[in-house]
Design a protein around this ligand. Sequence first.
Ligand code: MLT
Length: 242
Amino acid sequence: MQISTYRLPEDVPVHFCMNKTAVVIDVLRATTTIVTALRNGARSVVPVAEVEEAVELSRNFAPEDRVLAGERMALQIDGFDLSNSPLEFTGERVGGKTVFLTTTNGTRAIQGTQAAETLIGALVNASATGQYAARRERDLVLICAGTLGHFSLEDTLAAGAIIHAIKEIDPSAETDDFSLASLLLYQHCDTEKKMHHLLDQTEHYRRLKDLGLIGDLEHCMKQDSMPLLAGYEDGSVSIIHE
Ligand code: MLT
């Protein structure tokens, strides 16, 4: 099994994922939010790149069956039901509903991925995702969403956590250099406390902290707190295995 990791979706060569499993990672906060919504009973999450597209698609559902959610500049979009804060995606708000989610980087990265199978990865489901990938024995591509075309350390950390889980099952799994760098970063920083300490020096973490979203940051760093497998197929994300 060969593991490749990309620091941004635009770095992935065209057609590279075609016969592989891809994992899209946006720890702060899109993929954590998706996993949280599913964990709290959302029927599915539809990741959408544009605001207008999210509104249009949601209109195909009755108001009581849909939730319109998302952010621009990390803030809730006017007229939407929820922002991109995972803490808002409670059972009460999303249980039994289809969530239409648009975010600046994460949902765009998911929509753009063309792989044999696409999974949604975050720190909260890192080990479950890695264990599944190891048993699947198909070449794996980890795609970090980044922030507006810039590398994001928190996504690399989650890639490392996923690779760590794979290596525990399949030590012979081969890594490219960026996968190895991600693994080393994670091994250097494998507790919540160390992660917060490191990420407190990074751009998007600090942006969310400055907005007072400390609860979101704590939730997003809780490794393996929601050990479910989320898969993207035919335009929506649902639970593959819990
Ligand atoms: C994104 O997709 O850009 C992020 O999830 C931004 C955010 O923190 O809301």
